[in-house]
Design a binder for this molecule. Structure first.
Ligand code: AVJ
Length: 321
């Protein structure tokens, strides 16, 4: 047997980076894009005209606010739990509607970033002071465990923004199963899924001419440089987006424009790139009703209601057990 040197990593980021860059083909995980700078860049992406997802979902919520709030409501009130709440811009439409209709609810936004939660709490105090809000900091994984603790009354779990799109189908089924396990018969899951559409429109959303998505993608290299002592030259990599209409998967890559060596000090790692070698960085899955129904079924859920825009660019689904 080969004597494997024991490597201990200081963080999950260090370990995943090491494994991804040692792998062939090379990959990095998109969840690490979101440090302070990554959060800001994603905010900018959501404001780009090419990134249709945000405005599509906003319009769906706006147009159907009454129906959605009605579906959520319950005599004893509800716990409205949002995973990955972010700035809550879209959720506020529903909160406003529920407050106006005098529906009883507690809003429990969960996000990995305390920074984001502080801002959300503050803005809600000003904009919807009638809403009862209890923010919670945590990862998806930790919070899923907590979900089952909310058991006194109906709970509605929100996952907006097609955040599930960063997961493979296998991971998505796991994620949905974990949520399903925390749900009882009356509980609901309300989730956004970006839809299959004209491939050019998808490519444009992930490859804007201003280069914001490129900077977002390259933030992985910038973060490796600053946190792990890397010497990546981000300019020597190309942002490359593909979309496969057969699988509905958009994939982001960074492609090395030349043969080069990169040293990552804190990982004690030298990485060699051949000219035009790639690093896979992100998937953004696109869906249709049959794929969503299949994922739900695999997770022990079923689709109860679908809300779409006129062009079916994007859809929000209500799931029950
Ligand atoms: C936050 C996962 C929904 O995949 O559309 C935006 C992230 N990546 N532009 C997406 C993202 C490039 C986004 N999600």
């Amino acid at each position: 047997m080969k004597n494997q040197p024991e490597i201990t990593f200081k963080s999950a980021f260090a370990e995943d980076t090491y494994k991804g860059l040692k792998n062939y083909p090379k990959f990095l995980l998109s969840k690490y894009i979101y440090d302070k700078k990554g959060d800001k860049l994603f905010q900018k992406i959501m404001e780009m005209p090419e990134y249709y997802l945000t405005s599509c979902e906003f319009d769906i919520l706006k147009l159907n606010a009454e129906d959605i709030a009605n579906a959520f409501s319950s005599k004893n009130g509800i716990d409205l739990i949002e995973l990955g709440a972010g700035d809550g811009k879209k959720t506020k439409i529903l909160l406003r509607e529920m407050v106006d209709k005098k529906y009883k609810f507690d809003y429990l936004p969960i996000d990995i970033s305390q920074n984001v939660l502080d801002e959300l709490e503050e803005s809600l105090k000003n904009e919807i002071p009638e809403a009862s809000v209890k923010v919670q900091q945590g990862t998806y994984f930790k919070t899923l465990e907590k979900l089952a603790e909310y058991n006194n009354r109906k709970k509605v779990i929100l996952v907006l923004g097609s955040n599930i799109g960063n997961l493979s189908h296998k991971e998505a089924v796991e994620f949905l199963s974990n949520i399903a396990n925390a749900m009882r018969a009356e509980d609901m899951l309300f989730m956004g899924f970006d839809q299959k559409k004209d491939p050019q429109k998808i490519l444009d959303a992930y490859n804007d001419p201003a280069g914001i998505t490129e900077e977002f993608n390259k933030n992985l290299l910038v973060r490796i440089n600053s946190e792990l002592g890397g010497n990546f030259d981000p300019d020597s990599f190309l942002h490359w987006e593909t979309y496969n209409p057969e699988t509905g998967t958009a994939r982001s890559f960074l492609v090395s424009k030349k043969a080069q060596k990169v040293h990552i000090e804190k990982l004690d790692l030298k990485v060699e790139f051949e000219a035009w070698e790639s690093i896979h960085t992100e998937i953004s899955q696109k869906y249709d009703d049959s794929v969503v129904r299949w994922l739900a079924d695999e997770a022990g859920l079923h689709v109860e209601k679908i809300f779409g825009d006129r062009e079916n660019c994007y859809k929000n689904y209500i799931f029950r057990r």
